[in-house]
Design a protein around this ligand. Structure first.
Ligand SMILES: [Zn+2]
Length: 193
């Protein structure tokens, strides 16, 4: 099989037609930002999602048929409560940055959703989930950190360590104040106004 698919880049969201040979994920390069990424073309068999109001996130389990007729299960978590429209038999393209699904495209309705990983535990705890500060840090993570292997390692470590740190220190006022000061400095250093 050789299929031309319009694919949205998981980094810059630029769109271009890429040939998909299948059946599994395949690597390609974005024409706009030159980043290497993976994508998968498949057909939806069933989609289940479960929202978590406290974490303001939603977990997805999408069963798909690959182009050779075999089945696969695609799982990911996105920040935000809202669901993704994917019906049975809808063709879908998943684009990955590293191991993470970052774009889900519904070919039938011609729309896509960018998957923002639920994130910045400490920043969310201190500034609130929908604050300007958290949006800024999220963008910085996606555009800067996630484009290098060292940056991605830092992000992984942060996600592993910060829930632990928060559980231990989350209700400690001194910790919150210090963390707020520190994050304030970081934000300033990154150009946040
Ligand atoms: Zn790109």
């Amino acid at each position: 099989m050789n299929l031309n698919v319009n694919v949205v880049c998981p980094n810059c969201e630029g769109q271009a037609v890429h040939a998909f040979i299948g059946p599994d994920v395949q690597g390609t390069k974005c024409n706009d930002c030159s980043i290497d990424f993976f994508f998968l073309f498949a057909t939806t068999r069933a989609k289940r999602s479960r929202g978590d109001r406290n974490a303001n996130s939603r977990e997805f389990n999408v069963r798909v048929y690959l182009s050779d007729g075999s089945e696969d299960l695609i799982q990911f978590v996105k920040s935000g409560w809202d669901d993704i429209e994917l019906r049975v038999k809808d063709d879908v393209v998943f684009s990955y940055l590293g191991d993470d699904v970052r774009i889900v495209q519904n070919i039938q309705i011609g729309s896509y959703t960018s998957i923002s990983v639920p994130s910045c535990y400490i920043a969310t705890h201190i500034f609130g989930a929908n604050s300007q500060e958290v949006m800024f840090l999220r963008k910085w993570r996606d555009r800067v950190l996630n484009t290098s292997s060292l940056g991605r390692l830092f992000v992984k470590l942060y996600y592993v360590l910060s829930p632990v740190l928060l559980t231990c220190l989350g209700n400690n006022k001194k910790f919150s104040q210090k963390a707020k000061q520190l994050l304030g400095c970081v934000l300033k250093g990154l150009g946040f106004k």
